[in-house]
Design a protein around this ligand. Sequence first.
Ligand code: C2E
Ligand code: CA
Ligand code: CA
Length: 761
Amino acid sequence: MVQILVILLILLILSMVVCVVVFGRRQGKSRPGVMQLIWTAIFTAICYTAFILVPAEHYRLAVFMDGLYFLSTDWLAVCLLFFATAYTEVEPSSRLPKYMIILFAAAESVSFAVNTFTLHMFELKAETAGKLGINYWDIQWKPPHLAHRIFVYSIVLYSLILFTYRLVKEPSIYKKQYGGILAQALAVMVINIFCYALDTKFDYSVILYASMAISVTYFALYASPRVLLEKINSTIIADSVIGMAAYDKKGKCIGVNPVAAEFFSESGDIHDIAEGYLLRWKAEHAGNNEKVICEEQRGTRANEEMYFHVTYQRFDDEKGRNLGSCFQFEDRTEVVRKFREEQYRITHDMLTGLLNRNAFEREAEKLLAEAEEPYYMVCSNIKDFKLVNELYGAEVGDRLLIAQANMIRSALDEKTVVARIFADKFCILLPKGRFDEKEAFDQITALRDLELVHSFKLHYYIGVYEIKDVNEPIWTMYDKAIMAIDTIRGNYEQTICYYQDELLEHIMQEKEVLGEFDKAIADRQFHMFLQPQIANDGAIVGAEALVRWIHPEKGMISPGIFIPTLEKAGLIHKLDLYMWESAARKLEEWKESGIEKYSISVNISTKDFYYLDICESFRVLAEKYDFDRKKLKLEITESALMENVQKNMKTLDGLHGLGYDIEIDDFGSGYSSLGMLKDIHADILKIDMIFLQETQNVQRSTTILKNIITMSKELGMPVITEGVETKEQVDFLMRVGCDMFQGFYFARPMKVESFESEYCQ
Ligand code: C2E
Ligand code: CA
Ligand code: CA
């Protein structure tokens, strides 16, 4: 019996040491108390083991060892109490009871130590038990030992009460910890009382001291409530915004949280659907042995289009054997939506929803790279769109653009790219065969019919460039379409213009003219040439002043090249003022030299009416130079006069008032009728050369000419015909009563010096 007990005790001592090594590393609030308890238990067990091994002949040693054992049970009880108060968190507010207990335990200890000699607590008696002849020490208690027993029992009892209190109060998942310790402590006490009451040969409760110390250490330091952990985990998973579906190793669905359930929101059993999903996923990712695979997936939730970041994760054990797997569905809808919005914002024009400049370039390049048929780059532009904004407000301007965008969009297909490039400039890239002029006109008419801008004559320009080389930069193509528009800008009659290579040349030329104009004026590169005008009696009556640009490098440039450019750029008035002054100066010079028979006719451009106060300019001229005003004749074209009849009539009256004569230039070339003559008070009618140049309908032309001349005679207006090139023309014009002639037949425009040397001698 004693051998078994000793082996058991040694095993327990070793277990406790192992316990200290394994669990002792854990940090925590209860650690010091637990360590005290277990070391004391180890000491107690060692003392008891030593005691029962003491041979019968060493009596004092046996008493000493047993005393040591008893005093250590005192300390063990104290440790249990201190641990219990700390662990159950019912520490007394005063430290006094603690000190008293320690003091009492110390006194007991002394008493047990002294007992070795005094034997006042207990005595021992060596006995041999029964047939087996086992030696053991029989204890004979003396009355003072009762203090020890009361002390230990009351302390343990108090600890038991504390544990019981906790056990009742705590939620079920914590009960195990307190319950475990409580059961052990209770067992210790019961066994102890049992051994004492029955006066057994050995104190078996020492076994339970050891096991109690181990379980206290385990519960206090090591054990974590698994159920709690599981509970926390499952709550987190259930409440998570991330959808989760878990599977066992055979692919059986073992759990789906609410978010994942929404993700799988099809009708049917949610586990079946989740299992089907796993099967499909595995089929799609066959051969992929990665543990984690992520993918962006489109899905629906409550019939809404959603985006998920799906993560598939396999769980393996340490040996790599699969345990199960899990899907996580992270809702990325908002991120994807924001990303798309951002993409849209970067690539689209916010006002019209069409592509913007950058996106157009990219899309157009893509389309052309795959083009199998010829393509057109078509650009549109509204005449004076800025004015629309100014007159009607930006809001109306915007509505106009949106309407236009919608109209273009409706005619779209995958073979076209449409964009708003800037302001009112739209651009369409489409197969040549898809472009239909009539459709374009219809769209423009529809836009005009919207009547967003009342009383404003909306005019659209469309520039078309046929793409010859698909590798040409998109913006060069665009520029060429815009170039086509530039050539008809300001023109109300034309809407569509196709780019031709000559256009480029023309534009370059225009650029040159504009670039050099100011310097040319300053350097006096512009010269007045004179073309004689002859009366029907053959006498020279005057000349028309025609401008010539004598360029230092390019030589003489005729007005046909630069006048339209200057008119378009709003610069012609500068040149005209210069020419008018040249004519006035020449007339003054002639007057001074006694030559007073010649008049000089100067040209007034349509655009001069916008940029100049014409009357004022000629008033100033008349003041500055001394000449006969009747000798400076002013040529105003028929179309210039017709543009704003009322205002121009005033100008004419003003000029008449200053004493100038007005000639209607290019009569018959415009759209105006003979009827205008009754409204406009001009002095001379200058018939355009087209009537003479007419080769096909000679008969008709001569009839018209004849009638114009007859009528102007009736109105008392002398007639001059320009562009007279042949003797036949002169004869005919003489016959129908033309008063004056101008043309190559008589003389070409010439330098002033030539004119003077020929006609002023
Ligand atoms: P325009 O006012 O009708 O001038 C008459 C044009 O007819 C001149 O061309 C003249 O050289 C040309 N011409 C004269 N006789 C004949 C002929 O027998 N046959 C043919 N085929 N042509 C003849 P030019 O000098 O080239 O001027 C062209 C136009 O430029 C002028 O037409 C006028 O509109 C404009 N222009 C010329 N000088 C000035 C100027 O100083 N100011 C403004 N605003 N315009 C000017
Ligand atoms: Ca003229
Ligand atoms: Ca003319």
